[in-house]
Each structure stands twice: as C-alpha cells, then as structure tokens.
Design a protein around this ligand. Structure first.
Ligand SMILES: NS(=O)(=O)c1cc(F)cc(F)c1
Ligand SMILES: [Zn+2]
Length: 244
C-alpha cells in the first residue's frame, strides 16, 4: 500500500483500489467559488499558540517535504474558528507543481496557485493520530497558498535552506527552533469545510481551514522545492514535482 504516488500508474485515479474511501462523498481537495460560499457570522477567529521548541526534524518521504513536531502533549496548538477545543500541531508539508501556473490542491475561483502548504493538527480527545483519522473532527489542517512573486516572504528561507539536507527519499535532518506561525499571511480570513486527506489514506477526518490570502515565494524558492527528488540516493533521479 505504500506504492501510491502521482504517476499515471499509481496516481489519484488508482488510490481507491487500496483506499476505497477515495470515492467517498467528502473528499478533498475541492474547488471553491467564492460567490457560492456562505458567510457564517457566528464563526469566531482561529488562533495558534506554537512552541518553537516543538520543531524536531525535516524529512523527504518520497512524496513531499515534511517538518515534524513533538505532539506528545498540548505544546503547539490550533483553536477557535470552526474547532471545538485544542488541536495539536503534528507536521506541515507542501504540495507544488512543475511550473508556477499550477501546484495547489484546492482551486480558488478557478485559480491554481504554485503550491499549497498544509499544517496538520489532530484532536487529542482521540488518544493518538491513528485514532483521530477515524473521526470526522479528528484532524484540522490549515492550508496556505503560495504564489510566486518578487517580494518573497523571508520566513520561508529557513525551510528552503534545509532542503539541501533532504534531497532524496528517506533523508531526514534536524529542524529545531521554528515557529511555523511566521508563515501565516497578514490576514486570518479563511474558508472552512469538512473534507479528507488529499492523499492516501484519504480518510474523511479533516476540518479544513483555508487561508484566503496567499504568501509569496520567489522563483528561486520554487526552483529549490522542485530540486527535491522522489527517488532514494542510490536510484535514478526523479524530480519531486506535481505532488498535488
Ligand atoms: N495532504 S493532507 O494535509 O490532506 C494530509 C495530512 C496528513 F497528515 C496525512 C496525509 F496523508 C495527508
Ligand atoms: Zn497536504
């Protein structure tokens, strides 16, 4: 089951064979047409309290680049917005394209962004992440769109600098003292809906919080992301692109 990917022979159209929920009614990503969105005035703002000391490692898992956090207690949490109680930050990762005109998973008013960053949190009322996957309110993901421009966000620098240490599948490096809230755009405006993991196991356990305002990355930063490989060190080079 770990052979899923984004190629013609193992991509999204194949995932249902091992993960039947992929044909479910609450699957992500979705297209959002802002004219069809309903404003909920009772929704409060969301907020985070992240401990930079919770950051642990950065990893290339052959499908994305992931930064992992200590989630053994309520150390870095997301709350408010559509959520009841605290959700613990577990990891963030990114999806991107082979060129700047596509790469995001969600599409907003027909716009595909160059990349989409997901900050994954889980509900500690379910004793562990595996248990949370089986619950409709088990996981909360903050999605941030990345667009390419010439006034890039300096806060992305740290992640992209570490990418040199995790070029190939299975590579992991220390990634400490990092508060991911520095990646948020100015505005906390968001859309929210109930959906799923966008990759296997495709479980319908996610309360999505998609930030309306994108953050800006530079062309060089996108090139850096695209310099990651899906192959292991000893295998022929295959670029990690179009992992959306
Ligand atoms: N891409 S995603 O954020 O929906 C996601 C998060 C996760 F923790 C595991 C997954 F397999 C997929
Ligand atoms: Zn994701």
């Amino acid at each position: 089951s770990s052979q899923w990917g984004y190629d013609t022979d193992n991509g999204p159209d194949h995932w249902h064979k091992y993960y039947p929920i992929a044909k479910g009614d609450n699957q992500s990503p979705i297209e959002i047409n802002s004219k069809d969105v309903q404003h909920d005035p009772t929704l409060p703002p969301w907020s985070v309290a992240y401990d930079p000391g919770a950051a642990k490692t950065i990893l290339n898992n052959g499908r994305t680049c992931r930064v992992v956090f200590d989630d053994t207690f309520d150390r870095s949490v997301l709350r408010g917005g559509p959520l009841q109680g605290n959700y613990r930050l577990r990891q963030f990762h990114i999806h991107w394209g082979s060129s700047d005109d596509h790469g995001s998973e969600h599409v907003i008013d027909g716009v595909k962004y160059a990349a989409e960053l997901h900050m994954v949190h889980w509900n500690p009322k379910y004793s562990n992440f595996a248990g949370a996957l089986k619950q409709p309110d088990g996981v909360a993901v903050v999605g941030i769109f990345l667009q390419v421009g010439n006034t890039p966000k300096p806060e992305m620098k740290r992640i992209l600098e570490e990418i040199d240490n995790v070029k190939t599948k299975g590579k992991e490096a220390p990634f400490t003292n990092f508060d991911p809230s520095i990646l948020f755009p100015k505005s906390r405006d968001y859309w929210t809906y109930h959906g799923s993991f966008t990759t296997p196991p495709c479980e319908e356990c996610i309360i999505w919080i998609l930030l309306r305002e994108p953050i800006v990355v530079s062309p060089d930063q996108m090139a850096k992301l695209r310099s990651l490989s899906i192959n292991a060190e000893t295998e022929p080079v295959r670029p990690m692109v179009d992992n959306w």
